[in-house]
Ligand binder design. Structure first.
Ligand SMILES: [Zn+2]
Ligand SMILES: [Zn+2]
Length: 469
């Protein structure tokens, strides 16, 4: 071929293209990223599972746990107002949220999943009254997304205890299924976002009576206040995307000092609906208030919540509050917390340590209604003892059951041999009281041993010759 002919063909670029690193799971974009309605991490987890046609339970068990996500049961259905399920921790500020952000982030190659949780505000919020233990949703939002063909998801906004209304539809959030009236966990083991984990029906309907008070730990105030509060929290969630500086304890202390100087400590505490002791602690910079109190402070100081929590409010801006527009707030907690009776728990643990068969620590917790972290914090040694006792008992039970199966297998094998039936592993296994309940490998070894015994007995001087294979 001449050089002139070659010139008519285009030249090929043989350098290998740069291929970005692949992620194990789909690199799904979180819904509403950068807005006040950004998706929460539990909803993202559920949608990633759906995109792979697996259940959230399977995704957690087979993928997330291997990458350091919490090993505890994240799919408990036993939710009520007092249960702060560990699942709500996935969207919160602590270690569970950090573990899930890291595990899901590694698998989807996303490094922005912290914005799907409250981690950006970690240093500001103590955990009480921050997250809901149960799911809440706006039926109007769900239906409008579904009808518009948009993804159905759960915004981070709805997972916060302080948010009682949808600020866009001015509609109260629902806390119970419109069909079966049961509350919903934040993650369904085998169900998708928008559907009841119990009756599997669509949650977007607003029929049937809701019972939000029963499943809330925070009082619901007037709709006007709740809608204002929800919009403020929405703006705060949106502000997190700009990584703003956070309100320091010194700044908070100065603001509280300005408030108490104007109104007097007791009067200022009364306006906020909290105790004078709490106000004293914030004034000293000893601790941070909870999210509902920050909202009350923002209202009293007549500033936005986002400005307050990003340190953009100076003490000079604090003037005598216009109390005419300030609602009269009730005590924060809707339900009285159970008194913590340390002696009673110690007595119950002592009894559990004598009980036969020994209960597991989970059985003990569920039976007496205690939370995992509470008893592990105050009674670590007793918890360990209960766990060890249960594990020893379980190991012994397993061994006993195994020995019984071996004895049964032997007995069946000898019976068959006496009947003149040829001995095969499956022939013996299928005749067991629970067919094939002995592992096949063990059964093979055992049958070989039995055959050797029969052969030994069948030698001259032994029993009658055996029919073996
Ligand atoms: Zn809505
Ligand atoms: Zn239902």
């Amino acid at each position: 071929m001449r050089n002139d002919d070659l010139a008519t063909y285009e030249t090929w670029d043989m350098t290998a293209p740069v291929v970005p690193p692949r992620s194990r799971l789909f690199n799904l974009s979180p819904v509403g990223f950068g807005t006040s309605l950004v998706e929460c991490l539990t909803s993202y987890l559920s949608r990633v599972a759906q995109a792979h046609s697996v259940t959230p339970g399977a995704l957690h068990h087979h993928e997330l746990m291997k990458h350091g996500a919490c090993r505890r049961n994240m799919f408990g259905c036993g939710v009520d107002a007092r249960t702060r399920s560990s699942t709500s921790g996935i969207n919160a500020t602590g270690g569970v949220a950090a573990d899930f952000v890291s595990a899901i982030g590694k698998l989807t190659a996303r490094n922005d999943l912290r914005y799907l949780t409250m981690i950006p505000w970690k240093s500001l919020f103590p955990s009480p009254l921050l997250m809901r233990g149960v799911a809440a949703w706006c039926p109007v939002c769900l239906t409008s997304w579904e009808q518009a063909g948009k993804p159905v998801y759960v915004p981070l906004l709805w997972t916060l205890e302080v948010v009682k209304f949808c600020p866009y539809h001015r509609h109260p959030l629902r806390l119970t299924c419109p069909h079966c009236s049961l509350p919903q966990p934040l993650l369904g083991q085998c169900s998708w976002v928008g559907f009841c984990t119990r009756c599997r029906r669509w949650l977007g309907s607003d029929s049937g009576k809701d019972d939000p008070q029963r499943y809330s730990v925070l009082h619901q105030e007037s709709p006007d206040w709740e809608i204002w509060a929800a919009s403020q929290v929405g703006d705060l969630i949106k502000a997190a995307f700009h990584n703003p500086p956070l309100l320091t304890r010194e700044q908070l202390s100065q603001l509280i000092r300005a408030g108490t100087d104007l109104e007097g400590p007791s009067s200022f505490a009364r306006i906020l609906g909290v105790s004078a002791t709490s106000v004293g602690k914030w004034r000293m910079g000893a601790k941070h208030p909870m999210l509902p109190v920050y909202l009350r402070l923002a209202r009293v100081f007549n500033v936005t919540l986002a400005d307050l929590l990003t340190g953009r409010v100076s003490p000079d801006q604090v003037h005598s509050p216009d109390l005419a527009g300030v609602p009269r707030w009730r005590n924060l907690w809707a339900r009285r917390r159970w008194p913590f009776d340390k002696l009673k728990i110690a007595r119950q643990m002592e009894q559990a340590l004598k009980e036969l068969p020994p209960p597991s620590i989970t059985t003990f917790q569920n039976r007496n209604g205690y939370h995992y972290s509470t008893i592990h914090k105050y009674f670590p040694d007793q918890c360990r003892a209960i766990q060890e006792r249960f594990q020893e008992y379980r190991a012994a039970s397993i061994q006993k059951a195994h020995a019984a199966k071996i004895a049964e297998f032997r007995q069946i094998a000898y019976q068959l041999h006496e009947q003149g039936t040829e001995l095969f592993v499956n022939r013996v296994l299928t005749r067991m009281s629970v067919p094939k309940s002995l592992e096949h490998r063990i059964a093979c070894e055992l049958l070989a041993e039995i055959k050797r015994e029969i052969l030994a007995n069948g030698r001259p001087g032994g029993g009658s010759p055996a029919t073996v294979t």
